[in-house]
Design a protein around this ligand. Structure first.
Ligand SMILES: *Cc1c(COP(=O)(O)O)cnc(C)c1O
Length: 376
């Protein structure tokens, strides 16, 4: 009834924002397609879940829900600072690292400011800057589905206010290696804020040549922040905890001005602290996932499907060019209870992103794809 009046009130940036594509829930697929067994391979979650220490930490929580959580995440920031060699004042905790991306944009971007990122990118690297009215420049991949180092250096030299770089990339999985990363830093003017999103850090650490970004950045006099998350390798996507390590405590203080005060709830803080205390569990799940990823790549290649291309991946997913529209393939996978992420951006409608699951789920995906695309 009053939609037209509301449309008049909304900020001009908002109608232009693409809706975030969060994909289908397991329950929705079960009821829509009448399948029992679901393979969730769409959101890059850890199929092995979180450390058993998390369940223990959450068990006593019902008694504590009546009080506000620690607005400063004191214990968690101290624990992260200790292991990463930062000071606690350089650490910011978010309701997921996506909320730190949002805080960065709210604190630093005004209409017309320039932001640099990759295409295809993690959606929020583009959506949050646009929400603030910033201009977003999107750099293309090379034909081999890798970062284009030359293009990045050139664009960085033009001095965007913020550069958002996911290393390794989501959805592609490619990464800047140590030397390439060093060249990026050389090319970047001292006035650009470098946002290095390492959501897949724990996986990428096992890839040869993955840079120690924190060490490289610490050697520089410039503003930067490295973002990591408990949602992927640490198995806590449902509780929403991410963190950032900033070049300087003042950066965290500016984010504090725009941060909702109690942004990380009691359960999230307790769970993240417990997970962080059991690094061995996380490391063992990451090792399994990396082994499974390499297995899946080999098996997909062995199917010898015409035109099929797999982007190199240092993360817990594969970006696969099916060489045909992804819509019908996605439908056929859903009908078999397999949820992947069909890419919808122009130029990438033949790609799916598939998260590495359990051995059983990966085998189901492989078998189904072979059936659908007619491999042997
Ligand atoms: C998953 C992901 C995030 C978001 O993680 P949350 O901590 O769950 O908000 C951020 N960046 C990239 C590149 C991701 O893939």
């Amino acid at each position: 009834m009053n939609a037209a009046a509301i449309r008049e009130l909304v900020r001009p940036e908002v109608p232009a924002l693409a809706p975030y594509n969060a994909g289908l829930s397991s329950q929705a697929v079960r009821s829509r397609y009448g399948v029992e067994q679901i393979a969730r391979l769409a959101s890059n979650e850890n199929p092995f879940g979180a450390s058993p220490a998390v369940a223990q930490a959450l068990a006593g929580l019902a008694l504590r829900v009546g009080t506000y959580p620690d607005a400063n995440c004191t214990a968690l920031r101290a624990a992260i600072a200790e292991r990463t060699g930062a000071s606690a004042e350089q650490v910011v905790i978010g309701n997921g690292s996506e909320s730190i991306l949002q805080m960065l944009c709210q604190a630093f971007l005004s209409p017309g400011d320039r932001v640099l990122t990759q295409r295809p990118a993690f959606g929020l690297h583009e959506i949050y800057p646009r929400m603030m009215g910033a201009q977003v420049e999107l750099l293309a991949l090379t034909p081999a589905l890798e970062f284009d180092l030359g293009a990045w250096c050139e664009a960085l030299a033009r001095g965007p206010k913020i550069a958002m770089l996911a290393n390794p990339s989501n959805p592609v999985g490619c990464m800047f290696e140590r030397q390439g990363f060093a060249r990026l830093l050389e090319a970047t003017p001292a006035g650009t804020l470098l946002v290095i999103d390492e959501a897949y850090y724990e996986y990428a650490q096992r890839a040869r040549g993955f840079p120690d970004a924190l060490a490289a950045l610490r050697a520089q006099q410039r503003p930067w922040i490295v973002l990591r998350t408990f949602s992927k390798a640490w198995g806590l996507a449902g509780l929403r905890v991410g963190y950032g390590i900033a070049s300087d405590a003042s950066l965290v203080q500016w984010l504090d001005r725009v941060r909702t005060p109690f942004n990380v709830n009691e359960a999230a803080q307790a769970a993240a602290l417990a997970a962080w205390g059991d690094e061995a569990f996380m490391a063992q799940t990451v090792a399994q996932t990396v082994t499974q990823r390499e297995w899946l790549v080999q098996q997909l290649r062995a199917l010898a499907l015409p035109g099929l291309r797999i982007a190199p991946s240092a993360a817990n997913f594969l970006f696969i060019d099916l060489a045909r529209p992804n819509g019908p393939v996605n439908e056929a996978l859903l009908a078999r209870g397999i949820i992947v992420k069909p890419w919808k951006e122009a130029g990438f409608e033949s790609f799916i992103r598939v998260s590495i699951g359990t051995a059983e789920d990966n085998a189901r995906f492989l078998g189904a794809l072979g059936e659908i695309l007619g491999g042997h």
